[in-house]
Design a protein around this ligand. Structure first.
Ligand code: WT7
Length: 679
């Protein structure tokens, strides 16, 4: 067992934002001392700690052998993590049946669904949720879905998305949810990578006033699966979402896509006669629960795999403590379930606690810029979780749209996805939270499954911009370039020294890639890929990615992925993509392209390239800037010097040491033709 490290000394900084006393009265973790005590236990006796958490849940049979077993050191064999291996359970049973049958929460609302249009909403109780999930689980079974089969889900934020995920979990199938803003190319790539034999999608969705034909994108993706690998899906189940809204019938009819009678079925047709009872499949604690793709630095997305028991315990506990969950709370996380935030903190974590959540289909500025605040008032939301990019967007409209609504129900505010700049933190704290609600900057990753560095609302004195301290069971360290652990005030690579229950188990189908990506650089540690600073009080400050990844509006993109989308264009010889700071998105894409001999750069070509990236990857990857680069700055060994390109993109005049460049003149040309900083 690693040496105990207590996170920091008691903070003394006078700019601290102390937890409100009101919250401390009945909080689960009411003060910093309690946090430290429990933290110490979680690190020194992880088995005891997690066994107690597991007692809240249902196990058909207990673990066999060791409760926790792991190896983080690649030099000593395969990297692996096992929590409660041999135990039999079902996560869907734990978050639905247990709430309905044992906790008497059948009539409690699980979700207030709020549609893209404010006139479109409904509520779903735990009883109703369980029934719909059982019905759909039977549908899957009847179609031949078996334990371990992969099922792709490409749905907007509608209740059927939750039904689909939980039905998969109930029958032991592995869901692979693909964010419904991804392109057909991205969907195809993900279906093929994990060989999903079923796809669940919808006819379409309105995002703001824009209608998106999901069925058509799905059809294109499935055609590409056949073209590329002769891979034919067994069934494609389509939710009638646009068609169901009567006033949209005309629109819907005009965009219907051809019906493939071999594979296509309507959701409501197959649900009609399906039974409401479905015995869960009892699976192993370490059986796979889901795959979720995240950008990888080589360009090809990685299928992050999470397993059943560890993920259940960890999302349940982080939800309970980080949002200090109480039974009368109404909780709202604005993320899309297509990302890990939605998996952990819309689907699994809240349901594991029997919570009531808002499930929101729309966007923050439709039909007006006060939509978020309107929804908080409408449902008396008490815990609100969103992204810094959304806050920066809404900040631009000033206080007035916020003040139109009564936000008195709010108690806790959270953010996730990227570093939050203190200006946005303070606006969120002062204007939205009316100086009454702690702002929790939660740091984590698709790979970590749940929060790993985060404040606790009644325990942690806050510093705007800091994710503060590790969650229970998480042992961070900061390493220098040589892999040496740094003590006290320090800055370097953020790593973790021991596993927590929800750490990813592998990259689907490629365990070697898992080891190479996260465990090779510093054997014995999980490497996050983020830089981090620890201040004199022991607070952790995430400083951003230190690999070739970009964070646009809280979404990770790999430069390689965007570069390959650009170079697929027939006139592009080479491309290099870097980030440039952006007032709302945090970072945006700035692309340098070298054209093939004799080709002319033009405004329309730049627009064409932007469109190409959008179509290959998805709208989130649309470049903001494309610059013609007659040549790229390269070292003598031919490596592109991205540092210099980043500086040009940011209009930094002092470009530092250029002596390793093969041809320093290249830089002058690029600098003189750069897009000037505007924002
Ligand atoms: C990367 C993970 C975790 C859900 C959303 C993103 C960045 C995330 C923070 C934060 C600073 C953050 C990191 C991380 N990130 N949260 N609170 N402060 N940076 O999941 O797509 O897997 O991205 O997002 O760079 O490694 P993801």
């Amino acid at each position: 067992m690693s040496r105990m490290v207590i996170p920091g000394t008691t903070p003394t900084d006078e700019k601290l934002f102390n937890p409100p006393e009101e919250l401390q009265k009945d909080a689960h973790i009411p003060d910093f001392e309690s946090y430290l005590r429990l933290y110490k236990k979680s690190i020194e006796e992880p088995e005891e700690f997690w066994k107690e958490v597991a007692e809240d849940f249902f196990w058909k049979s207990p673990p066999k052998g060791e409760f926790l077993k792991y190896n983080f050191d690649v030099t000593k064999g395969n990297v692996n993590v096992k929590f409660m291996a041999g135990a039999k359970t079902n996560i869907c049973y734990n978050i639905l049946d247990r709430n309905v049958n044992e906790k008497n929460r059948g009539e409690k609302v699980a979700y207030y669904w709020e549609g893209n249009s404010p006139s479109h909403s409904c509520s779903i109780t735990y009883n109703q949720l369980l029934k719909q999930v059982c019905k759909f689980a039977n549908v899957l079974k009847n179609m031949g879905v078996k334990k371990g089969d992969r099922v792709a889900i490409y749905l907007p934020m509608i209740p059927e998305l939750v039904y689909s995920m939980l039905a998969c979990a109930r029958v032991g199938a592995v869901h692979s949810t693909v964010f419904a803003g991804f392109s057909s190319e991205s969907l195809c790539e993900r279906i093929l990578d994990s060989q999903c034999s079923f796809l669940i999608t919808a006819d379409g969705v309105y995002r703001g006033d824009k209608l998106i034909n999901l069925k058509q994108i799905s059809d294109e993706a499935l055609e590409k699966c056949i073209e590329k690998e002769n891979f034919v899906i067994k069934n494609c189940i389509i939710v009638r979402h646009i068609g169901e809204q009567k006033n949209n019938a005309n629109v819907y009819n005009s965009f219907q896509t051809p019906w493939n009678a071999d594979t296509n079925v309507w959701w409501d047709d197959v649900m009609k006669n399906s039974s409401e009872e479905c015995e869960p499949e009892w699976v192993d604690a370490e059986d796979p629960l889901f795959i979720l793709y995240t950008s990888g630095s080589t360009g090809k997305p990685k299928g992050v795999l999470h397993t059943v028991a560890g993920y259940l315990l960890y999302t349940a506990l982080t939800f309970k403590y980080v949002f200090d969950y109480h039974p009368d709370d109404v909780y709202w996380c604005t993320a899309d379930i297509g990302w890990i935030t939605g998996h952990s903190y819309i689907t699994y974590g809240p349901l594991a606690n029997g919570a009531t959540s808002v499930l929101f289909e729309g966007v923050p500025v439709y039909p007006h810029v006060g939509r978020f605040w309107e929804i908080i008032e409408k449902y008396s939301v008490s815990k609100f979780y969103t992204a810094p990019t959304a806050i920066r967007l809404l900040m631009k409209y000033g206080q007035e749209p916020v003040k139109k609504f009564n936000l008195g129900s709010l108690k806790i505010l959270g953010t996730v996805g990227e570093p939050i700049n203190p200006e946005a933190w303070l606006w969120y704290y002062n204007v939205v939270g009316e100086k009454r609600c702690p702002v929790l900057d939660t740091f984590w990753q698709t790979e970590t499954g749940g929060h790993v560095i985060t404040p606790l609302p009644a325990a942690t004195p806050l510093k705007p911009g800091s994710a503060t301290f590790p969650f229970f069971g998480v042992l961070p360290s900061i390493l220098n370039e040589h892999g040496e652990e740094l003590e006290g005030e320090a800055e370097g690579y953020l790593v973790f020294k021991q596993p927590w229950p929800a750490i990813m188990r592998t990259v689907y189908g490629n365990h070697e890639r898992f080891e190479n990506t996260y465990f090779k650089k510093f054997p014995g540690y999980y490497v996050t890929g983020d830089g981090c600073r620890r201040d004199k009080d022991g607070y952790y400050w995430i400083t951003g990615r230190i690999d070739d990844m970009l964070n646009v509006s809280g979404h990770l993109l790999s430069t390689a992925e965007v570069e390959s989308a650009l170079t697929e264009h027939p006139v592009v010889a080479e491309a290099a993509v870097v980030s440039r700071p952006h007032a709302v998105k945090g970072e945006c894409l700035y692309c340098f392209v070298t054209l093939k001999n004799g080709r002319e750069f033009s405004h329309s070509l730049a627009e064409e390239l932007k469109k190409q990236v959008r179509e290959k990857i998805g709208p989130i990857a649309t470049p903001d800037f494309i610059q013609n680069a007659p040549a790229l700055p390269k070292t003598r060994s031919g490596k592109i010097m991205r540092r210099v390109l980043r500086q040009i993109a940011r209009s930094e005049k002092d470009l530092g040491d250029l002596s390793t460049l093969a041809d320093p003149k290249v830089v002058e040309v690029l600098f003189s033709q750069r897009w000037e900083a505007t924002a």
